[in-house]
Design a protein around this ligand. Structure first.
Ligand SMILES: [Cu+2]
Length: 335
């Protein structure tokens, strides 16, 4: 005999399992400012905005999963209890005041529960606290320029590190030309050969936490931890989008217009993002890399840039990166 009770118990248990699974947060020791293989949920937040987005996401997801399970159980119940065999003479009821009030009032209540934190979050995102630093980001096909408006002449152009770049730096220009020089530029055969030859190098760098394929850039921008950064975003050609998921920022870069956003990083480290509006052929090749450093390192880095010493500026960021990696390795080992 079919036992409705045991089936419903099983369904509810499975449903609760799904809810619990979906709200498990990401291991903070792996907070790399990028998505991780097999990751569930959003990237670990590195600003107050992103933290609030994460908890709003958890709230809405829990409601969605709850509703889905409720509807699923109702449908299964109807199929089992009211099919032709189980219920040969159906009721002719067409109205039920209590039910109609419930299915109007309950959804309204759910929407209010979602709307209140949603408006609060929007209000916070548009609150623009007084800036410590202002950076103007300009999208170009296909790279980003970052101008530090408080420091005249400090401007960073970030280009993605390609398979070709990483191979050249690993095996040298001469060896590179000998191996790949015969292949036609821009051909699929060349792209495939470069991809295959560079894959182990990327894997090594990714494991060491130094570089990430399609995310690393030649010149990162740096900001000091805990400071309010205002970001002005515009474009030189087509519409792009300046996005860093761990900061909870996604701002359209529209030619002829300046739009603004802000962030206040709460921890040091490397935070990656990508252009998030389909802008053309190399849309996938214009990542954004922000290194959050100590105030001291930020000052030194700016001074080096003003002294037109990009090598020293890079070395300062590299030293910060190494220190950060050691700290996160230590925190993983201590767990
Ligand atoms: Cu794009």
């Amino acid at each position: 005999m079919f036992k409705w009770n045991s089936v419903s118990t099983l369904l509810i248990a499975a449903g609760l399992g799904v809810v619990a699974w979906s709200i498990v947060s990401i291991n903070p020791a792996l907070a790399l400012g990028q998505s991780l293989p097999g990751q569930m949920g959003l990237q670990a937040p590195a600003t107050e905005i992103a933290t609030r987005i994460n908890s709003f996401y958890d709230l809405v997801n829990t409601i969605i999963i709850g509703i889905t399970i409720f509807v699923l159980i109702l449908m299964i119940y109807v199929m089992v209890r009211f099919n032709e065999r189980a219920n040969p003479t159906p009721s002719k009821t067409t109205h039920h005041v209590g039910l109609e009030v419930a299915w109007t009032v309950i959804p309204i209540a759910i929407l209010v529960v979602i709307a209140i934190p949603s408006f609060k979050l929007l209000n916070f995102q548009y609150s623009y606290p007084k800036p410590d630093i202002t950076i103007k980001a300009t999208g170009n096909a296909w790279y980003w320029d970052h101008e530090y408006l408080d420091h005249k002449g400090v401007s960073i152009t970030s280009n993605m590190v390609t398979d070709e770049d990483i191979l050249k730096s690993e095996i040298g220009e001469k060896e590179f030309n000998a191996r790949f020089g015969a292949l036609e530029d821009g051909s699929i055969a060349k792209a495939k050969a470069l991809y295959e030859a560079s894959a182990p190098i990327w894997a090594k760098k990714q494991a060491a936490g130094t570089d990430s394929r399609q995310l690393s850039v030649d010149n990162e921008i740096a900001v000091p931890v805990g400071k309010v950064v205002h970001l002005l975003v515009t474009s030189n050609d087509v519409i792009h989008s300046w996005t860093i998921p761990a900061f909870g920022i996604k701002q359209q870069a529209v030619p002829g217009r300046v739009s603004a956003s802000w962030f206040q990083p709460t921890k040091t480290g490397m935070f990656y993002g990508q252009c998030s509006v389909l802008c053309g052929k190399n849309h996938s090749a214009m990542p954004i890399a922000v290194r959050v450093v100590s105030e001291q390192a930020y000052g030194d880095w700016l001074a080096a840039l003003k002294a037109k010493d990009p090598k020293k500026a890079k070395a300062i960021l590299k030293a910060e990166a190494d220190a950060d990696r050691q700290k996160s390795v230590a925190s993983i080992e201590s767990k």
